[in-house]
Design a protein around this ligand. Sequence first.
Ligand SMILES: *Cc1c(COP(=O)(O)O)cnc(C)c1O
Length: 384
Amino acid sequence: MSEKKLKFNSRAIHGGQRPDKAYGAVMPPIYQTSTYAQTTPGAHQGFEYSRSANPTRTALENSLASIENGNYGLAFASGLAAIDAVIKLLEPGDEVVSTNDLYGGSYRLFRQVFEKFGISFRFIGMQNADTIGDHINEKTKLIWVETPTNPMMNVIDIRAVSDLAKKHNLLLAVDNTFATPYLQTPLDMGADIVMHSATKYLGGHSDVVVGALVVKDKALADQLYFLQNASGAVCGPMDSFLTLRGIKTLHVRMQRHCENGRVVAEYLAGHPKVEKVYWPGFKDHPNHDIAKNQMRDFGGMISFVPKGSGYADAIKIVEKLRLFTLAESLGGVESLAGHPASMTHASIPKEEREKSGVVDSLIRLSVGIEDADDLIADLEQAIG
Ligand SMILES: *Cc1c(COP(=O)(O)O)cnc(C)c1O
């Protein structure tokens, strides 16, 4: 059966995978080697140096391409290393139009590293795709979208942004870390590049830092491969193995993340001490219709603001949580809680942060796959 015909759950397990040539190992072995024997210069079995390619990484890259409905996957040492490669496609003088409410590390990389090299970034709200065109000029080369956004859970219409990108001949890159291909496949909606922090849901067990890019176009894949090899921030064999193992249960984990996410979101929304809950599954979420249209479910990422509270009250709540671990990151099997203003988004200036809703009392939850009753009981004792 042609692999492209397999449905998502089957591709999560089998996509791009072949039993290993040496002994038929069903899981690709961890090829912990930097180099490969040649019989005469240039004669080898497809691998010559592990920065350029490593069989365990290739197995992961093939899986990534398969689950995102792309043709080429590239695995990096971190999500930020993957973003770094995308921005290096550009030249000094080029402009990028980016989501304003995005991962703090992406913002820091754009502003504090790439602006120095003459690339400029415009950070705008993209919930209304009609207004994005106002920020495009002859220097614009790339649109950077993160959806759902972090931590405000806004949803951006990927098809509408893609139409705009095509009209102006721009590249469209989508950070698909929060949604994962279980919920949405941006390449199917017209994006050119899908990016992941595979550290999060793809790995799924909080045991690796890995990044990924997936594209359909061969020329674009070649350019990105050149940058991956030239800059060298590749994913190592052990991390490739762990990420690949994670992907094999992505669909069952995501199903439970979504179920638990709904239970926790509804509990918080009904709580008298909670002011506001941000979760795209609510009918009154401002982008609910777009979410319903482009996502298969709504995920387990939720942000909320406790009533009448400030910095200190939010800190008190996250300190009291027991089953939810107070930690950076998200997307693992275990539930995590974060305080964006002091943690993930501390590198974004306060005024900038508050403009997009990241107030001092905002708490972000990555709802894991434990028993929902236990998660609710933990929130109950912490919020009071
Ligand atoms: C974590 C994260 C990144 C950065 O990835 P690293 O693997 O930490 O380098 C980028 N985008 C989003 C949405 C993230 O959550």
